[in-house]
Design a protein around this ligand. Structure first.
Ligand SMILES: [Zn+2]
Length: 513
């Protein structure tokens, strides 16, 4: 157990997502995050752990110490040889504690202290105490009572002599945001190392991604941005980009093997059934070398499907890292949100936390792509609106959708009266709103917006106009727009003179009211 600020270092941010480095001292390795931990069953290894490292690039895996503790054939062996030798894995190994079995069967036959000691003795690099995974939707009384027990277990774990072994501090609290936040604050304070957000599997199994986002957002508010966060039990690649954007760093996948067992094929848009596939929509070695029909008839079906599932899962982690590096994570989340209505719901829930995302979102990235009405709610739009309220405009300003023609005077229609009568001319860029000339080339105002944009972009632009106008009562404003919908014009304060631009760019007289 050490200081998390030394163990976890963030390199690049995008929204609340980040590329980080987690030092795992006992294993002598540094894991780059976001990272996937394949779940390895000590008894059934569909893909051998060494292959996970060498063929798939796994730097860390997770296995269950409770299963080893209760295993007649493996217990003595793992105590004698250690976990790394038993599994033959060169990277870091995290262990779970039996909490899942406790939740599933109501009791387990070890204490928190015993299983922590067992994890230390077998050479685990990241141990887990026995917390109580309180499911979604239980009564508040139960959630609070079980959280109290979990918190005492975490305090005991913090007092345990773990030496170099890291110890995780699961964050519980069911679907009560204030309990999750309180649990996060307690976990961060207690002095443990890695922070799994627990008991979200029932939500994920039912595709309740909006609620997953709310639970993670609440836990993160308590944990703070410095804590490495593990989304416990999240193994489906379709939701990784969303979870990373919310600030999750570690994922564990049992799905790659469990899904393969009954013929399910993972994609970043959802799950397919091998029985239904005529073509593989994938370029991994398995899918290039086989047809669906061949795999259906193969004795190796389960292994081949597991391999594909792992390839697509690790590829998505790499895609996400690339998107963070390029400042395009929210564009990736938006693309993934189009794969399934439940993902779109998750993305919309994410945007409800735009203020929280904004705190760690970089001021400058690649190019902002406006891809749908959801883009109008991104943290960058919110930040620009806040900035508008702090600007100091001159006495008269023309806000125009007519783009940048200041000083050229070449266009006869633009030259007449309306423009010359103002001290300054500011462009309007949906969904951001007014853009003073000196900011025009900066992120995110150099955004790519489709010609045929939607009402929500104009409504957000009008909100920007309102923020600017309300903060500057001494300035006279004219707004020249191209066919804004009534829903946008309704947001423009009454004292703004509104004119509509013709198709040629000329200001047509009259206001839109
Ligand atoms: Zn494939």
């Amino acid at each position: 157990m050490s200081d998390t600020r030394e163990l976890f270092e963030v390199r690049d941010w995008d929204a609340a997502g980040r590329i980080g480095r987690l030092d795992v001292p006992r294993a002598g390795v540094t894991v780059e995050t976001p990272a996937l931990l394949p779940v390895v069953n000590p008894h059934i290894q569909t893909i051998p752990p060494r292959e996970l490292a060498e063929e798939f690039g796994a730097e860390i895996l997770i296995t269950n110490s409770y299963v080893l503790h209760g295993s007649e054939d493996l217990r003595e062996d793992v105590l004698e040889r250690g976990l790394h030798a038993l599994l033959d894995f060169p990277g870091a190994i995290m262990t779970d504690s039996g909490s899942f079995q406790l939740a599933e069967y109501g009791e387990i036959d070890v204490t928190n202290e015993e299983i922590l000691e067992f994890q230390r003795r077998i050479g685990s690099d990241v141990a887990t105490p026995v917390d109580l995974p309180t499911p979604p939707g239980v009564s508040r009384e139960r959630a609070e009572e079980e959280l109290g027990t979990t918190q005492r277990r975490l305090e005991d774990a913090a007092a345990f002599d773990a030496d170099e072994m890291l110890v995780s501090a699961p964050v519980q609290g069911s679907t009560y945001p204030d309990l999750r936040e309180r649990a996060g604050r307690h976990a961060a304070r207690v002095g443990l190392d890695v922070f799994p957000v627990g008991a979200v599997v029932p939500l994920m199994n039912e595709y309740r991604f909006g609620e997953v986002v709310d639970v993670v957002a609440a836990a993160k508010r308590g944990l703070g941005p410095a804590a490495p966060v593990h989304l416990f039990g999240a193994g489906h690649p379709m939701m990784f980009a969303l979870a990373v954007a919310m600030g999750c760093d570690l994922f564990d996948s049992a799905a790659y093997a469990i899904y393969a067992r009954d013929g399910r094929y993972l994609t970043v848009r959802g799950t397919e059934h091998l029985a239904d596939l005529d073509y593989f929509p994938c370029a991994c070695p398995v899918c290039v070398e086989h047809t669906p029909e061949e795999i259906r008839e193969s004795d190796e079906r389960e292994r081949l499907l597991s391999e594909h599932n792992l390839h697509v899962t690790f590829r998505e982690i790499r895609t996400i890292k690339g998107a963070i590096r390029d400042g395009e994570l929210l564009e990736l989340v938006e693309a993934r949100a189009r794969g399934h209505p439940a993902m779109l719901d998750g993305y919309r829930a994410l945007l409800e936390h735009a203020n929280q995302l904004e705190r760690t979102d970089p001021a400058s990235k690649g190019t902002f792509f406006y891809l749908s009405g959801e883009s109008a709610r991104r943290p960058e739009v919110r930040r620009h609106h806040d900035r508008l309220a702090r600007l100091s405009p001159p006495e008269t300003v023309l806000l125009t959708e007519d783009g940048w023609s200041e000083g050229d005077g070449g266009d006869g229609e633009i030259g007449d009266g309306a423009y010359d009568a103002h001290d300054e001319r500011w462009s309007i860029v949906p969904p951001f709103g007014p853009v003073p000339p000196e900011l025009a080339e900066t992120y995110p105002l150099s955004a790519e917006v489709p010609e045929r944009t939607d009402d929500r972009a104009y409504e957000a632009a009008a909100t920007g106009v309102a923020r600017l106008v309300e903060a500057n009562p001494g300035t006279e404003w004219t707004l020249a727009h191209r066919a804004w919908p009534d829903s946008a014009l309704a947001r423009v304060p009454g004292r703004v003179e509104v004119a509509r631009l013709g198709s040629s760019g000329a200001v047509e007289g009259g206001d839109a009211e």
